[in-house]
Design a protein around this ligand. Structure first.
Ligand code: ZN
Ligand code: ZN
Ligand code: ZN
Length: 391
């Protein structure tokens, strides 16, 4: 059930009948002289505007909502289990034909490269430097709260109807594991109606361009009302003052915080954030191909294990992969369980094919690499890169 506000002024404590907000007439000083701080833009609401909400004592207004550590689970956490057995780790390789085709395509994708070396170079050797990439992904949920407000338009007011649910008890569910997303919602039973702190409940604020007067000294006659000698100033019709264009002579403008509604709905906002935290380990190889090239390609997936908490992969033939898995699993579980709740982990091992191709072109030996499932090519010493230098 939602409780509706009883009347429009139950929380209004300031100047319901303020005489300062009639438009100031010509020549009269501003009747509303606000403190200078009011001109500094939206100020943070005073702390007294926030009700005391059990379970939300540390919640601040605006921006820096701190992350809330998840509660200790009341039920036993399932222990990680070893992943499926992998009896057979096979190693693919590419043919000379594949290597050459990839190379020709590479050369033709570069406008300044002659395709001749790629087409006619004589391959003298092909060496496999296949490597492994271990990847650990930890999908986490984190929650933070902050006091917020919005113009009051008749939204339900439910504060104090009953205690609010704890920040980790508000239901929210990620749509997909391993995909970043975010959800922002009002915490139930924290919404109340308060007089706007910016306009002190009046819905309007003094215009800063005319300091609330509604008019300014006429810029044509500089306030005298006359131009030359006895010529009345046309611009101000002799008044010596002109209407302020910013407030249309009213001396005040609608409050931007409450949109003129005088009242704000004040509530606690809960931000639920789902993050996929991913780390890679690539086994070093001595082909001469820079490791950073490999971040753009995929490999053949040899192993995949996804569960609430993974157990570091075991029995893999390359011990550096096993070590990296142990290190990353322990790092992730330590790091992410502090400030967030781990929802799911996934570990994969890919075999990334790397073939070093040596070929002869015009009597000299050159090298290129073909790597990844995509057959990407790297050829730093390509021999004919200036075919269009005639320009
Ligand atoms: Zn004038
Ligand atoms: Zn004005
Ligand atoms: Zn206001």
């Amino acid at each position: 059930m939602e409780s509706q506000p009883v009347s429009g002024h139950q929380n209004r404590t300031y100047g319901t009948a303020n005489p300062g907000y009639i438009p100031a007439s010509a020549g009269r000083p501003a009747m509303f002289a606000p403190p200078a701080a009011e001109f500094q833009g939206p100020s943070a609401p005073p702390a007294g505007m926030f009700d005391n909400m059990p379970g939300y004592e540390g919640t601040m207004a605006g921006g820096g909502g701190g992350f809330l550590p998840p509660p200790i689970p009341a039920f036993p956490v399932p222990q990680p289990q070893p992943g499926p057995e992998q009896p057979h780790w096979n190693i693919p390789s590419i043919t000379e034909d594949t290597a050459r085709k990839a190379f020709v395509q590479f050369a033709s994708s570069k406008c300044c490269y002659s395709a001749a070396p790629a087409k006619d170079g004589v391959i003298t050797s092909m060496d496999a430097f296949n490597t492994y990439r271990y990847r650990l992904e930890t999908f986490t949920e984190s929650r933070s709260t902050e006091w917020s407000h919005e113009p009051y338009n008749g939204q339900p007011v439910d504060a104090l109807a009953q205690p609010p649910p704890g920040p980790w008890d508000v239901p929210a569910q990620a749509t997909n594991f391993f995909v970043d997303s975010k959800q922002i919602m009002k915490v139930p039973y924290t919404s109340s109606m308060k007089a706007c702190h910016v306009c002190v409940g009046m819905g309007r604020k003094p215009c800063k361009d005319c300091a609330g007067a509604g008019n300014k000294v006429c810029w044509v006659c500089n306030g005298s009302g006359y131009r030359m000698r006895n010529d009345q100033c046309h611009h101000c019709s002799g008044r010596g003052r002109e209407n302020c264009i910013h407030c249309h002579g009213q001396g005040s403008k609608q409050c931007e915080t409450c949109h003129g509604k005088q009242q704000l709905l004040v509530y606690i906002n809960l931000t639920v954030k789902w993050t996929n935290n991913s780390d890679n380990y690539v086994v070093e190889q001595s082909s001469g191909l820079q490791v950073h090239n490999l971040s753009n390609v995929s490999g053949k997936e040899l192993f995949r294990d996804s569960q609430y908490m993974v157990y570091p992969v075991m029995g893999f033939p390359d011990p550096t992969v096993v070590n990296a898995a142990q290190r990353l699993v322990s790092e992730h579980q330590g790091k992410f369980s502090q400030t967030s709740r781990i929802l799911q982990q996934r570990q994969t091992i890919e075999l990334i094919p790397i073939t070093k191709v040596t070929y002869l072109w015009k009597g000299k030996s050159h090298v290129y690499f073909v790597y990844g499932n995509e057959f990407k090519v790297s050829a730093d010493d390509y021999p004919a890169t200036c075919c269009c230098s005639v320009m």
